[in-house]
Ligand binder design. Sequence first.
Ligand SMILES: O=P(O)(O)O[C@@H]1C[C@H](O)[C@@H](CO)O1
Length: 292
Amino acid sequence: MNSKERISHDDYQKTADWLKSQTKHRPKVAIICGSGLGVLADTLKCQDSFAYSDIPGFPQSTVQGHAGRLVFGELKGKTCVCMQGRFHMYEGHSPCKTTFPVRVFKLLGVETLIVTNAAGSLADGLRPGDIMIIKDHVNFPGLVGMNPLFGPNDDKFGPRFPAMSSCYDKGLRSLAMEIGKQLGVSKLMQQGVYAMVGGPNFESIAEARLLHRLGVDAVGMSTAPEVLVAIHCGLRVFGLSLITNKVVKSYEDMDSVNHEGVLEVSRLRSQTVQQLVTELVSRMETNNNNAV
Ligand SMILES: O=P(O)(O)O[C@@H]1C[C@H](O)[C@@H](CO)O1
């Protein structure tokens, strides 16, 4: 992997233009589906879908539980584009490649990005099956320079030094909590801090204890780079983590986490996540709510 790989504005534009030539949908909302959460894309009406391998310039998904399809369609009358599968840096993608779709979405006219992921919990009050609305993140790879915004800044997308002090839109977070109450799932929901680690290994016990001490509520291997790029180019962001496991913090604990277990829990809760996101999309304000 070349972490300094450059992608030009033209490269993003070419992909956006190709997609525009293939679908009449003009989404205002983009949704990135986390591990095992891709079923949301299947619920879009009037679908146009594209395998990542057929989209010029798109990276490929290699992880089980990430189908590798971009799906355009309507969710309760709002036009959306949904990534059924995301890219992770541990797959060998550079930070820029990992976040390539986000800038393409911007060029397609998207205004709001919804990110979902599977994550392990460090907070005692977060159990497997719970939904954590992300209020902030710690971007560990970013702190040491694995950052998609590294390199010459593209002023057409955003400023050299973007602020990250209010990444996760407060209004959308409140709306999601409100919807959770109405769906009768508020007991499963709370807001918290997500940390991205590089993966692909799960945490050692010493690492888990460190994250816990730092005030991290849930840990995963994605999301933060997508959010940096989205905020940089002026998108509104909403994020949620489906808690799929407790991170082992004790040497006496014989539990251990694996990807199959992560996928199993996310599939069990995928319908609730789908309802929550669908209601959120249907009730959020967008500049142009028209479906195609
Ligand atoms: O794409 P997400 O962040 O949902 O995937 C999580 C993190 C790892 O890719 C994988 C571990 O099981 O799930």
